[in-house]
Design a binder for this molecule. Structure first.
Ligand code: MN
Length: 193
């Protein structure tokens, strides 16, 4: 059975003006779709053809790993954002953030630092590594499940994620993600899963 591009959890213009419809047309419609197309070509006729996406990610390397992990990462990234998202969380997520980082402001500082300083293409994450929440950054397609950590939230810092809307200004994109886009309900659901 072929891998498929999962539907976006909102309309392509739902994150505007923060992230434009044009960005989602390219980032979801072209980049994410291409990872799906490439993976299906690569696994055709191999043992991975009938594996779950997670099984492929955990047992592959090189091109098969890169494309399978990027499918997973992007699906997770779309759900990490919501229209009218962002700002400080409440409830159990707020408690977990305060417990791990001392305050929401310190979490923001450390999350922004990780996302800004990931050199070149990659991702910044909020994860549960078994002893509370932590911030992680990964290069290229790498992801927390390869490091025994559970992903709770991610931001894509590949240039294709922000170049249309923010040009080279990665910090402005990261600030907008934190202030206006983070889907804390998704974080809460991941913490409870
Ligand atoms: Mn991307």
């Amino acid at each position: 059975m072929a891998f498929e591009l999962p539907p976006l959890p909102y309309a392509k213009d739902a994150l505007a003006p923060h992230i434009s419809e044009e960005t989602l047309e390219y980032h979801y419609g072209k980049h994410h779709q291409t990872y799906v197309t490439n993976l299906n070509k690569m696994v055709e006729g191999t043992d991975f053809e009938n594996s779950s996406l997670e099984e492929v990610i955990m047992n592959s390397e090189a091109g098969v790993f890169n494309n399978s992990a990027q499918i997973w990462n992007h699906t997770f990234y779309w759900s990490s954002m919501a229209p009218d998202g962002g700002g400080a969380p409440t409830g159990e997520v707020a408690d977990a953030i305060n417990s791990a980082f001392g305050s929401y402001d310190t979490f923001v500082e450390k999350f922004k630092e990780a996302a800004t300083t990931q050199f070149g293409s990659g991702w910044a994450w909020l994860v549960d590594a078994g002893s509370g929440l932590e911030i992680m950054k990964t290069a290229n397609a790498d992801l927390p499940m390869k490091h025994n950590a559970k992903a709770l939230l991610t931001i894509d810092v590949w240039e294709h994620a922000y170049y249309i809307d923010f040009r080279n200004a990665r910090p402005n994109y990261i600030g907008t993600f934190v202030d206006s886009l983070i889907n804390w309900d998704f974080v809460a659901a991941n913490m409870a899963s």
